[in-house]
Design a protein around this ligand. Structure first.
Ligand SMILES: *Cc1c(COP(=O)(O)O)cnc(C)c1O
Length: 384
């Protein structure tokens, strides 16, 4: 059994993959070849967003979005400590400061009520209202990066409203939620800008690194296109701003085009796998199954459960050769890299508690019913 089985998918689309790769080898446009525009067009259509700008990774997608807003030293960006490090890392790379906001205990996404507190605390210079990072006295609130953790979108209705009231931009970290939905709209269309990742294990993954930025804003899209190629102006030897080498490889775009053909079907298959898990594990009452709120559709990047006896369960699953993972064992505010912000563990209790109880089970569109039954059996035995 695989944690994420990419082999079965590859077998299904092998012919198309080979065809698409051969086409690239034949035309030889390895950088910004025609497959890049084709992929951008398809994914813009799918998400319902006007502009899609492909790039080299999900991390670059986030970085480019922040650069497009001229984020730099003295800027505060609100995000959650219960995410992959890249979300906060890009803020720090630009010299700005992450201001952490705790999550909701059932969805693991940014808690809008805590966000409201954090913004008010920073604006009012009142750290008694919400934990603030060292040096908060000199920070200006600029933007918010909510994360669509494990495939379920954050509460953009509430978050966008808070952003508007305080003049902040919102960047959707949709690295895990491509294919997910919120109130009938697709992930990547829910904020001013969105960033997704095509890392192989993500819902839509390539065979290497890749990412994409989405926005309806024409001016911002033009800026992203420039930042992606060293801040190019009229051509790449006309440099009008500081940019990066953030291009997506043509070969990865060709691979993604083959995978995207079956992607909508795979999202449906993931719903079935999740439903089966819920039915098998929900009855026990001993592990907390993922909660998908009404009006949301998860892309099911991960199927993550909570149990106070996590370590015993992980041992039992390991003994039965069932792969598992822990996302995330240590929230960002207690990571060594962020010690300089001066946060304490207890500042974000929901993130700390989730980090100690959470684990993820195998999840992919082709997970067999018998394998899921076996996983449930092992868990049941370990819990009895
Ligand atoms: C994977 C991931 C990223 C980074 O994407 P890469 O393509 O690996 O650079 C950013 N944020 C979240 C939440 C992720 O899961």
């Amino acid at each position: 059994m695989q944690f994420i089985d990419l082999k079965q998918q590859q077998e299904r689309i092998h012919g198309r993959l080979m065809e698409n790769i051969s086409t690239v080898l034949a035309h030889g446009q390895y950088i910004m070849g025609p497959e890049i525009r084709e992929l951008e067009k398809r994914l813009a259509e799918y998400t319902g967003v006007k502009h899609a700008v492909s790039c080299a990774s999900g991390t670059d997608a986030l970085l480019m979005a922040l650069m497009a807003y001229n984020v730099g030293p003295g800027d505060a960006i609100f995000t959650t400590p219960f995410t992959f490090v890249a979300t906060a890392e890009v803020i720090s790379l630009l010299g700005a400061t992450p201001v952490f906001v705790d999550i909701e205990p059932d969805t693991f996404n940014m808690d809008p009520a805590r966000l409201e507190d954090a913004v008010a605390a920073l604006e009012g210079r009142s750290p008694g209202r919400h934990p603030l990072p060292a040096g908060f006295e000199n920070l200006t609130p600029r933007g918010i990066i909510p994360v669509d953790l494990f495939g379920q979108c954050a509460d953009y209705g509430k978050i966008n409203k808070i952003a508007k009231e305080h003049g902040l931009f919102v960047i959707e970290d949709a690295a895990q939620s491509f294919g997910g939905e919120y109130q009938g709209a697709k992930a990547c269309s829910l904020a001013h800008v969105a960033a997704t990742s095509f890392f192989p294990a993500k819902p839509l993954g390539c065979y290497g690194d890749g990412g994409m930025v989405f926005t309806d804003d024409d001016a911002l899209a033009a800026k992203l296109d420039s930042i992606r190629v060293h801040g190019k102006g009229s051509d790449k030897y006309d440099n009008v701003r500081i940019g990066i080498n953030g291009r997506c490889d043509t070969l990865q775009a060709a691979i993604l085009l083959a995978k995207f053909e079956i992607f909508p079907e795979e999202i449906e298959l993931r719903q079935e796998v999740a439903r089966r898990y819920n039915a098998l594990l929900g009855a026990s009452g001993k592990v907390a199954c993922p909660v998908v709120r009404p009006g949301y559709r998860s892309a099911w990047a991960q199927y993550s459960v909570l149990c106070a006896k996590r370590d015993a369960l992980l041992d039992a699953l390991k003994d039965s050769k069932i792969p598992t993972a822990v996302y995330y064992p240590k929230p960002l505010h207690v990571q060594g890299a962020y010690a300089y912000l001066g946060y304490r563990g207890g500042d974000f209790p929901v993130s700390m508690k989730s980090a100690s109880d959470i684990f993820s089970l195998p999840m992919h569109p082709y997970l067999a019913e018998q394998d899921q039954a076996r996983i449930a059996e092992v868990l049941k035995k370990a819990l009895s």
